[in-house]
Design a protein around this ligand. Structure first.
Ligand code: GUN
Length: 320
């Protein structure tokens, strides 16, 4: 059966054969639905397990403005849902050993179910961010960035790992379109550990044929033109142009870039990695920036935290 979104894609082709603009896939609306469901689940857990609450620690090193902003939206979402979120701040002067010790302390704290280390690390000392993210216990790694969770995902063992929040949010948005992934050609731009690489794995294990492009890919427009589903996590403002796109495809934009805009009081505005004005003339579905992938990342972190707490409860019950 066609979903209402898929139906509007069909209706989007006018009698004259010219396409109208793409259907906007709202992350703000979808994330609200996810957060409402999670609140209900947390309320149920509280009732069933005498006041039990999922608990999340967000560890921050330093004081980057962008990290402060992201963390405050995570803490706000957690509070709304009923998750006990704790913000642990270490100064820029913290050494790698001190960061690792803080992670170990949270790993050993049985009252905490999820731990994320906000990236990038803003430290005055050299930091091996791979070592730091791998220090998080895989059972509490609700960012899904440790080798154990990434390895499980790459093998298609999706039921026993934590899926990184941004790609997980992208999958949810693709589901919202009603377009099925199986058998489609998906193109991912970017191969970061946090977005591109896990996105490739998720699409692959959803049975798409996946091409992952990066800075050394020749003929990027040609690759993009083959995409039934395009996910962009390139970190370059408005890099993907509407003319590159396959007509009627799904376009998911993970970019958050600030560009100067003298007409705004702040002197800047946020844009994605996709040139929205031209892309929405050609795509079937498109995520906006802001209000697309960003809110979904936060919602999926909450989802992983609740899931982790549920797994803790199950393990506890199995022991007794
Ligand atoms: N920095 C930007 N996005 C993220 C994220 O999803 N998780 C973490 N830990 N840091 C980030």
């Amino acid at each position: 059966m066609l979903s209402s979104l898929a139906l509007s894609l069909r209706l989007g082709v006018s009698a004259a054969g010219r396409r109208s603009i793409a259907t906007v896939v709202s992350g703000s609306k979808t994330s609200r639905l996810v957060r409402d469901r999670l609140k209900q689940e947390v309320d149920q857990m509280k009732n069933l397990f005498s006041g039990f609450r999922p608990a999340l620690v967000v560890l921050q090193v330093g004081d980057r403005d962008d990290s402060n902003l992201y963390i405050s939206s995570k803490l706000k979402a957690a509070a709304e849902i009923g998750i006990d979120a704790r913000h642990v701040r270490l100064p820029r002067s913290a050494t790698q050993d001190e960061v690792l010790r803080s992670i170990m302390a949270v790993n050993e704290d049985s009252s905490v179910h999820g731990l994320i280390v906000q990236l990038p690390l803003d430290s005055a000392h050299p930091m091996d961010s791979e070592l730091v993210t791998n220090a998080v216990s895989p059972e509490k790694d609700v960012d899904g960035l440790s080798c154990i969770n990434a390895g499980k995902l790459s093998r298609g063992d999706l039921g026993s790992c934590f899926i990184p929040c941004t790609p997980n949010g992208c999958m949810e948005l693709i589901r919202q379109t009603g377009v099925s992934v199986a058998g489609k050609h998906a193109v991912v731009i970017g191969r970061s550990k946090i977005v591109g690489a896990p996105m490739h794995d998720l699409l692959l294990w959803s049975h798409a044929t996946v091409t992952t492009c990066h800075s050394k890919t020749p003929d990027l427009p040609q690759q993009v033109g083959r995409a039934d589903i395009l996910v962009v996590g390139a970190g370059r403002a408005e890099m993907v142009r509407g003319e590159w796109l396959k007509e009627g495809g799904v376009v998911i934009d993970c970019g958050i870039n600030y560009v100067t805009d003298e007409r705004r009081p702040s002197g800047k505005r946020v844009v994605g990695d996709v040139h929205y004005a031209s892309a929405n003339q050609r795509a079937g579905f498109i995520t906006p920036v802001p209000g697309g992938v960003g809110p979904m990342t936060v919602a999926m972190l909450m989802e992983n935290t609740v899931q982790s707490a549920q797994r803790f409860l199950l393990r506890d019950q199995a022991r007794t």
